[in-house]
Design a protein around this ligand. Structure first.
Ligand code: ADP
Length: 343
């Protein structure tokens, strides 16, 4: 943090440190916290408690908070949670079919991630559709190295593809996504893998990487074009699963979908992947406009045909902006934030 501050002071603004009114932190797991919070001993305790469920993310997040508190002393620190936006999911969407005790005692349930991105995408979709967020139903597809889909009714998330951890759902760069949980037991029993080794296998060696040898979808697309069967398989699996979730979430929204949004590294930059996902969905009222699709690369655009019942949108995500906006809101509205900070 000190290194970053020194760099900014030298290259951007010498008075930067004095201009900072608050620091917003992206924290992956916030258990059942549904809003960004001002960091206090009690909210810090929640983040520490949630570290069991996000061991790779929450501890470094806490270190970031500690460092920022030291470097920007006296400035309010705010945590914005990846899980927060999904807290509106109904229990029938967030519960697993496990003994209820595990939910009560261990907090085992589906939480969902990429919430800051899905929230931002829905807000931007509302602007593009010219309607209030409360009046639209949207399916947001955040497709990057980590990928997830969310079903959002009137601005509130009703389902999302990631679960207790970011492993559930779509096929990802290195994560397996949905599968029969018995596969885990089988791998451990038959291949003698420990819990830690299995965790590494599922999170870091699976997905596109495990299937094709590369976690970079561009390499997979190139391989498929050259006729490599495993690259073709990876491509088919990736696009099929996104399509399957769009179908499932259309049902979750009672068939009333105003827009499907594509975002993140893959969703923003690959007309080819968007075409593979969207074209077969024309019978569900999603009609792609080939020329508009080709043009929307790295920028926002409507890529559905004029008569399409469901609008297809490309929206570059901006989690940093969303974190900054949410942080400012907390600081402005927060009783314990100082007046100076809100200026
Ligand atoms: P992260 O989850 O790490 O933030 P990004 O949102 O940056 O990931 O997305 C990274 C992914 O985007 C990589 O798999 C990369 O292959 C993919 N990607 C970027 N540009 C393209 C493109 N033009 N075509 C296909 N995939 C792309």
């Amino acid at each position: 943090m000190k290194g970053i501050l020194d760099f900014i002071k030298e290259n951007v603004s010498a008075t930067f440190a004095r201009e900072v009114v608050a620091v917003g932190h992206r924290i992956v797991h916030g258990l059942d916290l549904s809003q960004p919070v001002l960091l206090t001993p009690s909210s810090l305790a929640t983040i520490k408690q949630a570290a069991v469920l996000a061991p790779l993310h929450n501890p470094p997040g806490l270190q970031g908070i500690e460092a920022a508190t030291e470097v920007f002393s006296g400035v309010p620190q705010v945590a914005v949670f990846d899980t927060a936006f999904h807290q509106t999911m109904p229990s029938y969407a967030y519960m697993y079919g496990l003994p209820y005790d595990l939910y009560e005692k261990q907090k085992i349930r589906r939480y969902g991630f990429h919430g800051t991105s899905h929230k931002y995408l829905v807000e931007q979709a509302a602007v593009m559709l010219g309607k209030p967020v409360s009046d639209i139903n949207v399916i947001t597809c955040h497709l990057g190295n980590g990928s997830s889909v969310a079903a959002v009714r009137g601005g509130k998330c009703v389902d999302t593809s990631m679960g207790l951890t970011p492993l559930e759902g779509l096929l990802m760069g290195t994560r397996c996504g949905d599968m029969d949980p018995a596969v885990v037991l089988h791998i451990q029993n038959q291949c003698g893998l420990s819990a830690k080794e299995t965790d590494t296998l599922l999170n870091k060696k699976s997905g596109l990487l495990g299937l094709t040898g590369s976690n970079d979808l561009r390499t997979v697309i190139e391989g498929a074009a050259k006729g490599e069967p495993r690259s073709q398989l990876g491509l088919d699996m990736f696009t099929y699963r996104v399509r399957k979730y769009i179908g499932a979430y259309t049902a979750a929204l009672d068939g009333k979908v105003d827009a499907v949004v594509f975002s993140a590294g893959i969703g923003e930059n690959s007309p080819f992947i968007r075409k593979l996902i969207a074209e077969p969905l024309h019978t569900m009222g999603m009609q792609l406009d080939a020329a508009a699709n080709d043009k929307a690369v790295g920028r926002a655009g409507v890529i559905s045909a004029p008569g399409s019942r469901v609008r297809l949108l490309v929206i570059p995500t901006d989690e940093e902006l969303s974190i900054a906006e949410q942080t400012l809101q907390v600081v402005k509205g927060g009783a314990s934030a100082s007046g100076a900070a809100a200026a």
